[in-house]
Design a protein around this ligand. Structure first.
Ligand code: 3HC
Length: 679
């Protein structure tokens, strides 16, 4: 069996692409398609052809693994030109996802019939490229420019019914897809009718512009998004063949860009991260019923995720009023999400039936996995774990959602530390994809596997890490934020640091983030750690001084910045500047200007250095896991690939020099990472 299985049924050639895992259009598949099309064209007994995908996917796109090198013949545009010119009609039978080159293949056919479960999309911009095999030219000929820009410019996916409504599909077959495609080929509409020969339906220019602006906004103005919009617009302005060449040229240029390489890196890193290292892989413990302890914001967010994934959920809180409010909130959110089409009405209904509100510990005895999400305080959490130990059934997995505390100290409150692990969710828990799965000193592999499995079933990105202060994400972010505070003392104002890092691509600068999360929280943590701090270590006391003046951030309308009706002031006010200047003076620093480039370099070098330390300590399993964490949980720009990917791009000499600079700025207590671990 090759990558293309051929069979003849009722005078029709069935061509099934069978190239696991996603039937990507690798060179061997493209060559197979060329041969099959030649047979179809040359066999007088064949009336037409049907393209299908094996298993439950049509085609997941061009083979992204081939993108690092120049395209080899036959290229996808060459295959599609032959397909479109084939004298016999060909129907695409979409038995599952048709994405990127997969949808382009279908668009070069004479008709598209799909199973109801199929999805279509051109997600190329998410990889820093544009469709390179006619997608930007054929799709608008079916949908009009505005809809094509919406789809291609954002990389969104459409379900089959919506794709039918937009004219991308010709029909939906409820079950026998090959049968429906064969029937089409024997029916009255079976003549060749290439999409490229059609004219683009007229759209109001204002609708086209609105779609373009929305796509630029969603795509943060990245070059691929702008190029995609420009290419789609050409469909209405430039002859097909010429526009196709422009599209291919833009595709090739973008494909070779550092941004596309970074996005490919993170695409594969995310798929790698969810796998445990071989030595730890084990059949996970079975998970059917999940309990969440604590009905606060975090607990309720986790509960929503768990319910939507189809588990039974026991939500426990001893505060009856809070529990009732959280329960009502969950029902309302399930309803709203079904109304908004985010989940089906039937799964919302099933989730409602699976929600159990509990206020007594004995009610958790049926749970296979219990997630504690109570107040971040060691003794409070230990008390919860004593109760879990008393009431959870044997072999239940016991998880803590702590972000900073020591998992082993929490596990020590139980008689079963082997069953305990950390599951660090990010807020809002039903939205954020990242999940740090933390292995304690005694956590067994099947418990760890259960944590990873839960993450996957919640459609999150579970990343394994070892139990060390801050795990992966907070450890790096802390180092970064601390260094940003050094830069304040050295001469930068908060807005200069924030603007430089936002210009690099961070969703928000560190001081804007601090104001948002509340300075009092950081203040409390600093006070609790102050006793352990060596007086020789550099410490910038600005946050403490702000808090002493009741400047707690957004919640008090004033922090590093002042806020007017929620709007952040462009600059920090004189009080903050005076506090910062006083700190500089106290340390004997003559303030100087820091350029945006210097700010970016120092902040990123700090991240890279901490990443190297995490790798040396074995806290992170793989360098790419660190990138996955920072991109998905900390607003690191995806198109930069993550701090390790960034560091690799710098090369050894610049990294060594950068580590010298940040080491000098920190002084006492600086630990230098091993550059080799990053390269
Ligand atoms: N090329 C190469 N490998 C691919 C791939 C692709 N297009 N798409 C997925 N894979 C690999 C993954 O790396 C993973 O490999 P692994 O098992 O070794 O880690 C494996 O296939 C399974 O992938 P997922 O874990 O993502 O599987 P899911 O079932 O969750 O999702 C999917 C399937 C929806 C197809 C998802 O993989 C996906 O979104 N893929 C990318 C789709 C895409 O962006 N296509 C456009 C490619 S660019 C293009 O087509 C250019 C054209 O215009 C010329």
């Amino acid at each position: 069996m090759g990558v293309l299985n051929l069979a003849v049924r009722d005078g029709v050639l069935l061509m099934t692409i069978d190239h696991p895992p996603v039937n990507a259009l690798s060179r061997t598949v493209r060559a197979g398609l060329m041969e099959a099309l030649a047979r179809l064209a040359g066999d007088a007994l064949l009336r037409g052809g049907v393209l299908l995908g094996a298993d439950n996917i049509f085609v997941g796109g061009a083979d992204i693994r081939e993108f690092g090198k120049p395209a080899s013949a036959p290229t996808l545009p060459e295959v599609l030109a032959v397909l479109e010119a084939c004298p016999k009609p060909v129907v695409a039978g979409l038995n599952g996802a048709a994405l990127g080159g997969g949808l382009e293949l279908a668009l070069a056919c004479d008709a598209r019939i799909a199973l109801p479960s199929a999805v279509v999309g051109l997600p190329e911009v998410t990889l820093g490229i544009i469709p390179g095999a006619g997608g930007t030219q054929r799709l608008p000929r079916l949908t009009g420019l505005a809809a094509a820009i919406r789809l291609i410019g954002t990389g969104a996916k459409l379900k089959a019914d919506e794709a039918l409504r937009q004219g991308i599909l010709d029909d939906i077959a409820p079950d026998d897809l090959p049968g429906a495609a064969i029937a089409w080929l024997h029916g009255p509409a079976s003549a060749k009718r290439p999409v490229s020969a059609r004219t683009v339906p007229a759209d109001a220019p204002s609708a086209v512009e609105a779609a373009a602006q929305a796509a630029v906004k969603t795509g943060k103005g990245r070059p691929a998004v702008r190029a995609a919009i420009a290419a789609v617009k050409e469909a209405a302005e430039v002859p097909f063949a010429e526009a196709l060449q422009h599209e291919r040229h833009a595709f090739e240029t973008l494909r070779a860009s550092p941004e596309a390489a970074a996005l490919r890196h993170i695409f594969f890193a995310e798929r790698e991260a969810v796998r445990l290292p071989e030595s730890l892989r084990q059949k996970p413990r079975q998970l059917e019923t999940i309990a969440v302890i604590g009905a606060g914001t975090m607990g309720a967010g986790i509960a929503l995720s768990v319910l939507e994934a189809g588990f039974w959920l026991i939500l426990l809180d001893q505060n009856a009023a809070l529990l009732a409010a959280a329960g009502a909130g969950l029902l309302r959110q399930l309803d709203e999400r079904a109304q908004a089409g985010k989940i089906s009405f039937s799964s919302a209904e099933r989730a409602r039936e699976r929600l159990i509100l509990a206020n007594g510990w004995q009610e958790i005895d049926s749970a296979d996995l219990i997630i504690e999400a109570v107040y971040e305080d060691l003794s409070v959490k230990q008390e919860v774990f004593r109760q879990l130990d008393a009431y959870a059934k044997p072999h239940a997995v016991l998880a803590t959602n702590t972000s900073y505390l020591d998992i082993d100290q929490i596990a020590a409150a139980t008689s079963r530390p082997r069953d305990v692990l950390g599951l660090h969710f990010f807020s809002p828990a039903h939205v954020m994809k990242l999940l740090e799965v933390v292995q304690g000193a005694q956590t067994t592999p099947d418990v760890l596997s259960a944590g990873m499995e839960l993450g996957k079933r919640l459609q999150k990105l579970p990343v394994m890490c070892e139990n060390r202060f801050g795990f992966i994400g907070n450890r790096i972010y802390n180092a970064y934020r601390t260094h940003c505070e050094f830069m304040l003392e050295d001469g930068a104002w908060p807005e200069q640091v924030d603007e430089a890092l936002e210009a690099f691509g961070f969703a928000m600068g560190p001081f804007a983030v601090m104001d948002m999360s509340g300075l009092d929280i950081a203040w409390r943590m600093r006070k609790s750690r102050a006793a352990g701090r060596d007086p020789r270590a550099r410490h910038v006391p600005v946050l403490e001084a702000l808090c002493e003046q009741d400047r707690f951030g957004r919640k008090s309308n004033i922090g590093y910045y002042s806020y007017d009706g929620g709007k952040r002031a462009k600059e920090t006010d004189q009080t903050v500047r005076a506090i910062i200047a006083a700190a500089s003076e106290k340390r004997g620093i003559r303030r100087r200007d820091l350029s945006p480039e210097e700010i970016q370099r120092r902040a990123l070098m700090t991240m890279a250095n901490e990443a190297a330390l995490l790798l040396a300590e074995g806290v992170a399993q793989r360098a790419s896991d660190i990138d996955v964490v920072l991109v998905n949980g900390y607003g690191f720009p995806r198109w930069m690939g993550g701090p390790v990917h960034w560091a690799r791009g710098q090369g050894r000499a610049k990294l060594e020099e950068g580590f010298d600079i940040i080491g000098e700025a920190m002084g006492f207590g600086f630990r230098r990472g091993d550059v080799d671990l990053l390269l």
